[in-house]
Design a protein around this ligand. Structure first.
Ligand SMILES: NC(=O)c1ccc[n+]([C@@H]2O[C@H](COP(=O)([O-])OP(=O)(O)OC[C@H]3O[C@@H](n4cnc5c(N)ncnc54)[C@H](OP(=O)(O)O)[C@@H]3O)[C@@H](O)[C@H]2O)c1
Length: 252
């Protein structure tokens, strides 16, 4: 998949990893980048940086009407990055009700699914197209302290595999990016060394370019993968410690 001259749409592109993806697409010669953002004023800096190559579009991936509107506007997209995500800092049992677990599933699972359903016909117009889903190490090992977040990323990972098969006939690759720990607002509570958003976007673009199925984007993701391969039970027990309120650290 060529990045040069592509037209990308990045959900949650106004900050964090999404913002880094927008900049990486621009640097790699994308013809145009749509920044999906809940509030377009939050992406104004990227519109200015893009000098005519960036458009901010109002997009809340949990609201179907905004997705439909985006699909009507962005009819030339060749690469979709499902990056928007939520982590509500609740456990499944201690949360007062199920609203956080539902919101995480809505944004992290149903959001990318709804985006893919809306944009697949647009992607099909190109001889080659790509979808990248920004997932998490919490989608390959259950992290009890993250409540509904981990299950939502497991679901999104399974969805990526199913969509890869369903979209293969139209030449749309589906890449699952397994992200460990990155220095963004979402991981502000995590201590230790974290990867930069720019690094994740760089790895992500390379993965899209070669049509990879699944890629561990950073040190922590690779560590988690190794941990569950070495001794799955021991690793799961280790993850349980995150329930006991111990400080959360990347361990580096
Ligand atoms: N940071 C990490 O350590 C880490 C690790 C593993 C995976 N990830 C994944 O990486 C992705 C990006 O997260 P991040 O670290 O960059 O976090 P972030 O800085 O908190 O950014 C999250 C982005 O998602 C947007 N968003 C949230 N709900 C949305 C909705 N309903 N519709 C549209 N946009 C929505 C936010 O928009 P607003 O600005 O409007 O809130 C923001 O742009 C997420 O999928 C996350 O799960 C992050």
């Amino acid at each position: 998949m060529e990045i040069k001259d592509s037209v990308a749409l990045v959900t949650g592109g106004n900050r964090g990893i999404g913002e880094a993806f927008v900049r990486a697409f621009l640097a790699a010669g994308a013809r145009h980048v749509y920044v999906g953002t809940r509030d377009v004023t939050n992406a104004q800096h990227l519109v200015e940086e893009g000098a005519g190559r960036v458009t901010a579009i109002a997009l809340d991936v949990s609201r179907q009407e905004t997705i439909d509107e985006a699909a009507k506007t962005c009819t030339d997209v060749t690469i979709l990055v499902n990056n928007a995500g939520q982590f509500q800092m609740q456990t499944l049992m201690r949360a007062p009700d199920m609203s956080s677990a539902r919101a995480e599933m809505e944004v992290n699972y149903f959001g990318p699914l709804a985006m893919t359903r809306a944009f697949a016909p647009i992607l099909a117009k190109s001889p080659q197209s790509a979808i990248a889903n920004v997932l998490s190490a919490g989608g390959i090992v259950a992290i009890p302290g993250m409540g509904g977040y981990s299950p939502s990323k497991f679901a999104a990972r399974a969805m990526s595999t199913c969509l890869r098969a369903e979209l293969a006939p139209q030449n749309t690759s589906v890449t699952a990016l397994i992200v460990g720990s990155v220095d963004t607002r979402m991981a502000a509570h995590v201590e230790g060394s974290k990867e930069t958003p720019a690094y994740i976007a760089d790895v992500g673009l390379k993965a899209i370019k070669r049509g990879a199925d699944e890629v561990d984007t950073d040190y922590m993701a690779i560590e988690v993968r190794a941990g569950i391969s070495r001794d799955p039970k021991a690793y799961e027990l280790q993850m349980r410690r995150s329930l006991s309120g111990e400080r959360v650290t990347t361990g580096r």
